[in-house]
Every structure is written in structure tokens, then in C-alpha cells.
Write a protein that binds this ligand. Structure first.
Ligand code: GDP
Ligand code: MG
Length: 189
């Protein structure tokens, strides 16, 4: 099963984004200490895949990255909040930990600037973000879990990265559900 991790420091909106994606809802409060794993059948380029979406939590407390649930992730949405410079710095640290730990050049990831509805409070400038993402060839998207802006698109971008960088991984998770086969014995006249 493909494990897709929603990562980032506390309070950036990981749970909110995940719930917005899965249920199209926004609730003001999720327990910040809870990690949840959801099974989901996703559609990418007209085909269905079975994946796990992991809404991670408590990454700050892990002294060793290897002990965290991120160590077993196959692909990542790495979040920061555009109104928090601290979360941007933590996002950068997290990205380098993921790369170091996996020791793979091509881990599918997408960087997500959440809380776009709080543009008035922006603390992280677009130029700096663009430069950083460009230098690592990582796609970037700004979302709002509150309004729903770009939430589907962020996940689709991650699926696109998986397809581009780890196509074999995606093939293994093709949904096993029987497809409606055409009835050959039925002749339409
Ligand atoms: P997590 O710790 O990363 O899982 O963050 P949560 O999803 O629990 O969100 C932390 C706080 O930010 C909550 O009060 C959310 O309601 C709020 N929040 C999350 N996403 C957004 C967003 O896109 N816009 C705004 N304005 N608030 C958000
Ligand atoms: Mg959470």
C-alpha cells in the first residue's frame, strides 16, 4: 500500500487539509496530537489506486527521524502556513530530513503553503518560496483548508509526482476492484 504523508510542523493545517480533501469539511479544531491513517481510493489520469493518507502529528517530539512515521512514507505533502515564518523554516528542515533519511534522489513531494485565506498576515514572501522550490525541483502550491482553495489540486500534484518519479510504485497499488466487464452474450439489435 502506498503511504502518502501529510507532514509539517504543528498548527500548519495538516489535519484540516486532510479532512477537507477526504470529506470536504472544515472544522476549527482537531486534536493536534493525533495521527490518523485513512484508506482512500484515488483517481489519477482516469485510473483508480488504493492508497493510505497519513495525517501525521507530533513530528517535533521525535529525536530520531527514523522513529517517526515519516520514515515509512512513500510520498509527501510538506506543509507550512504562509503566515508563519517559523513553520517555513521547519518545513525546510523537514524536507532535508526526508531526503537524508530515504537516501533516494527521487522522492515524490510537493510543498504546500496553506492558509492562503490569511494573505493579509503573510510572513513568507512568494519570491523566496519560488526560489527554494525551483532549486530543488519541487512543485509548489498555495491552499486554504478553510475555503477549499487548491486542496484537490495539491493532492493531484502529489499523484503526478509519484507517477513521474515512481511509476512502478503506483502500478502496484492499482485498485483490485472488479471493473464492470461488458456482457458479451448481450447483443444489441
Ligand atoms: P495541524 O496541527 O497541522 O494538524 O493543524 P490543524 O489542522 O489542527 O490546524 C491548526 C489550526 O489552524 C486550526 O485552528 C485550524 O482551524 C486552522 N487552519 C487550518 N487550515 C487553515 C486555513 O487554510 N486557513 C485558516 N484561516 N485556518 C486554518
Ligand atoms: Mg493535526
Amino acid at each position: 500500500m502506498l503511504r502518502l504523508c501529510v507532514a509539517g510542523s504543528g498548527g500548519v493545517g495538516k489535519s484540516s487539509l486532510t479532512i477537507r480533501y477526504l470529506r470536504d469539511e472544515f472544522t476549527e479544531y482537531y486534536d493536534p496530537t493525533l495521527e490518523e491513517t485513512y484508506q482512500k481510493e484515488i483517481e489519477y489520469a482516469g485510473r483508480l489506486y488504493d492508497v493510505e493518507i497519513v495525517d501525521t502529528a507530533g513530528q517535533e517530539e521525535f529525536s530520531s527521524f527514523r522513529d517517526s512515521s515519516l520514515a515509512t512514507g512513500d510520498a509527501f505533502l510538506i506543509l507550512f502556513a504562509i503566515n508563519s515564518q517559523a513553520s517555513w523554516l521547519e518545513m525546510k528542515e523537514l524536507r532535508s530530513k526526508i531526503i537524508d533519511d530515504k537516501e533516494q534522489p527521487s522522492i515524490p513531494m510537493v510543498i504546500v503553503g496553506n492558509k492562503r485565506d490569511l494573505e493579509d498576515e503573510r510572513e513568507v514572501e512568494s519570491d523566496e518560496i519560488q526560489e527554494y522550490c525551483y532549486s530543488f525541483s519541487i512543485p509548489y502550491i498555495e491552499t486554504s483548508a478553510k475555503t477549499g482553495l487548491n486542496v484537490q489540486e495539491a493532492f493531484q500534484l502529489m499523484y503526478g509526482q509519484i507517477h513521474r518519479l515512481q511509476a512502478h510504485m503506483l502500478e502496484r497499488t492499482l485498485s483490485k476492484k472488479p471493473t464492470k466487464s461488458r456482457r458479451k452474450d448481450c447483443i444489441i439489435v
